[in-house]
Design a protein around this ligand. Structure first.
Ligand code: CTP
Length: 393
């Protein structure tokens, strides 16, 4: 197992020594990357001695093949960690600024990222830092929150680098997870569908697609081959994910059935329209005070998957405003699936359109597994832990 450990400029840089020791003890090869700021606090010789490896930094001379080496290293590592991560480096990572070795390395990495920030509490609380952290979390980086205590500025507050043991553990967890779903093919649907009435109008719903995208992103990070079938959403394609864009429920159905051959799991996180309006090729002009819309039933993709299932695992969602668990249970058996992720969409701040979620996972044996409120990225991780862990081939 190989970990690249970035060390940026903060008084906590000396604690990187303990992190290297902890990783070394766990049998991990550590390749350190020291920023210019980091080098003000700790010497390359210390890091080299502890890691028994050369130190990468901005000071590479052309003869050393540094540029090639950094790309080569990004392919070899299981985790990229930065501890301490300063506010400046969080900002550079969030915005993709690559003006030194460490930030250039970040933007080249596909491995899971663990960031352990350390800074003054005012910098930690600043909206700029909050925003950068949200962006990084959204991309799936694991943030090891700093602790509260005495800071270097002789004041108390949050901002002290997390305990090195905690950081080591988080790095080991991430490294273990990066191959957890290796060789699995997972199909995920996300977002709403759009059912056109005419060339300008459509029926749709409030789904943002974030939950499905977070699941796809997390599954890819854990080594799965992921096909993401997305309704119309305004989200970037997660790294390492094959995306198929669709608009209507029947297009989604077709894409799901085409992609699921040989898949190990299908996760239906999309909010598929149940009813379809008649479609006019010409724009509907206003003529009378009222018009009638007669909607017909569209395909129930998950139900069809359940009726025609092979060995693949089927995971559905249940978006409910009332009788959450009863309705979710009915969907579990009615659609013949392995798990239903129940989502109470009547609670403000979670579920549809929201950044956070809070769900209960139901299985066929009648067990309930609550996942407490957290960002959709974190909830995605907990869902995959529960439904896919141990399934690798
Ligand atoms: N689903 C589907 N096709 C549909 C409707 C839903 O595949 N036409 C899937 C969803 O992706 C989700 C699960 O079925 O995984 C449950 O979706 P939900 O909207 O909660 O329930 P419905 O089956 O539509 O039932 P109702 O709207 O009556 O609650």
């Amino acid at each position: 197992m190989v970990v690249a450990l970035g060390i940026s400029g903060g008084i906590a840089a000396y604690k990187a020594c303990e992190i290297i020791r902890g990783l070394d003890r766990a049998g991990v090869e550590v390749q350190t990357i020291l920023s210019r700021g980091g080098a003000q606090f700790i010497t390359p010789l210390t890091l080299q001695t502890l890691s028994r490896n050369s130190v990468l930094s901005d000071r590479i001379t052309p003869g050393e093949g540094g540029a090639v080496r950094h790309i080569d290293l990004t392919r070899r590592i299981d985790v990229f960690a930065v501890a301490p991560a300063t506010a400046n480096f969080l900002a550079k990572f969030a915005r993709g600024i690559a003006d030194d070795f460490l930030s250039t390395f970040y933007i080249s990495v596909t491995a899971p990222v663990v960031l352990a920030p350390a800074m003054n509490s005012r910098m930690w609380d600043h909206p700029a830092t909050r925003e950068n952290l949200a962006i990084l979390k959204g991309r799936g980086a694991r943030i090891i929150e700093p602790e509260t205590g005495w800071l270097a500025e002789e004041e108390q507050g949050v901002g002290r680098l997390a305990d090195p043991d905690r950081i080591v553990q988080a790095i080991l967890d991430e490294a273990g997870r990066s191959s957890q779903l290796k060789d699995l093919h997972v199909v995920v649907t996300a977002g709403p569908t759009r059912e056109p009435l005419d060339p300008v109008r459509f029926l749709s719903n409030r789904s943002s697609g974030r939950m499905g995208f977070a699941l796809a992103s997390e599954a890819a990070r854990r080594g799965a081959r992921v096909t993401l079938i997305a309704g119309p959403v305004d989200l970037y394609t997660p790294r390492g994910v094959d995306r198929i864009d669709v608009e209507t429920s029947s297009e989604m159905r077709k894409a799901v059935f085409e992609s699921k051959a040989g898949a190990d799991a299908v996760i239906m996180a999309a909010a598929v329209s149940d009813y379809i309006p008649p479609r006019s090729d010409r724009k509907i002009k206003k003529s009378s005070a009222e018009i009638d819309l007669r909607l017909s039933r569209g395909p129930d993709i998950l139900k069809e998957l359940g009726e025609t299932r092979g060995s693949e695992l089927l995971i559905g969602f249940a978006a409910e405003t009332d009788n959450l668990l009863d309705n979710a249970r009915a969907k579990l058996t009615g659609k013949n699936v392995d798990f239903i992720v129940a989502n109470d969409i009547s609670v403000p701040g979670i579920g549809m359109e929201a950044v956070d979620n809070e769900v209960t996972i139901l299985d066929r044996e009648g067990n309930l597994h609550p996942v407490p409120r957290a960002s959709k990225e974190e909830v995605a991780g907990r869902i995959l832990d529960h439904v896919l862990a141990g399934r690798s081939r």
